[in-house]
Design a protein around this ligand. Sequence first.
Ligand code: GDP
Length: 413
Amino acid sequence: MAAVAVLRISGADSGRILAALAGAVPPPRRASLRRLRDARGETLDRALVLWLPGPGSFTGEDGAELHLHGGRAVLDGVSAALVALGARPAEPGEFSRRAFLNGRIDLTEAEGVADLVAAETAAQRRQALAQMEGGLAARLTGWADRLRLLLAACEARIDFPEEAMPEEAEDAAHAEMRVLGAEMQAALAEGARAERLRDGLVFTVAGAPNVGKSSLVNALAGAEIAIVSAMPGTTRDVLETRLDLGGIPVALIDTAGLRETDDPIEAEGVRRARARAASADLVLAVGCPGIAAPAHPDALVIANKIDLGGTVPAGALGVSARTGQGMAELRAALAEAARRLTAAGNPAPLTRARHRAALAEATARLEAAASTDLAELAAEDLRLALRALGRITGMVGVEDLLDTIFRAFCIGK
Ligand code: GDP
């Protein structure tokens, strides 16, 4: 139960419903204290009420906010009164969906709202806020505008073939296509790094039994999460620890000794550990004096138990989970890896697989346009490139996508 519960209503009937509930429609966009009554005149709450007339509201429609006392009975009573007056509960993401359909925000901005609500760490919050505030939309609109100029030039060549276009104009168009294509390629080359920040990274810890993997995970998490035991193979299942590394969420997975075994439960643990480790963003390969770290391409190699003496192999990071020696350096190295893998801080990256797929298509179409001398073909390719970009912002052909996108929102957003 929260101290304050905010009920939002949106739609053409908002004014009528608000007047019936609060006695009258208060002045727009100002908090007013009102007594809310049901149809029989019983007071349900004394609440702050905001009248938010369209088209300047979030959804673009007339709307209102009721800041209620957060009790269950208040919320239930006011909800029932609203329904009796003709309102219905919103579907997940319906406010954002209406804002999109009314042209208040584009699809990437709506996705930014959902990501902001889901953000767990500071870097996720920054990325979501930038997208919600139109960072990605602006980048895409810029590209679309330039494609439209190229298309216009192409169409001029089709419509007026007899007025021979100066050679320079055609060269300039081709140069612009190459520059634009390179910019779009560069955005694609960032790959899934922004998606990784959205979804969180997976790091696994690999190494022979007893090198101190669970001790290391515990030391990193600063809490006793994995069960530490002097007996090999006691970390039975894959254990997952959530870390916040410089604002980036990381699931740290301690693999179960990674050795063959006849115990079916342990064998299942090993199987899962291998599957997760195979798709991990980074592997922490752990060894200790006398036991080499497992060989993994691109692994961060850690030599544990340096308190016992012995030499740290070249390229490895010497630490002691027991004394804490080297742990600050290890944390820093992990945070740096997380930053490198996610490109946190990039102003307007593509945060979803659907963005990348559409941009890849647009880029391929632009390349096709650049490689033909036939104006008709080039124009068609440019049109298809524009359509592909338009699918990202929701300008074209996304009806089938809307349910998938907005269903993932929470109620009230
Ligand atoms: P795992 O099987 O790789 O997960 O290893 P554990 O974390 O269970 O540790 C195995 C044993 O090594 C335990 O007895 C730990 O107390 C010990 N150990 C772990 N880290 C260190 C360390 O840095 N120094 C020393 N001396 N012992 C350690």
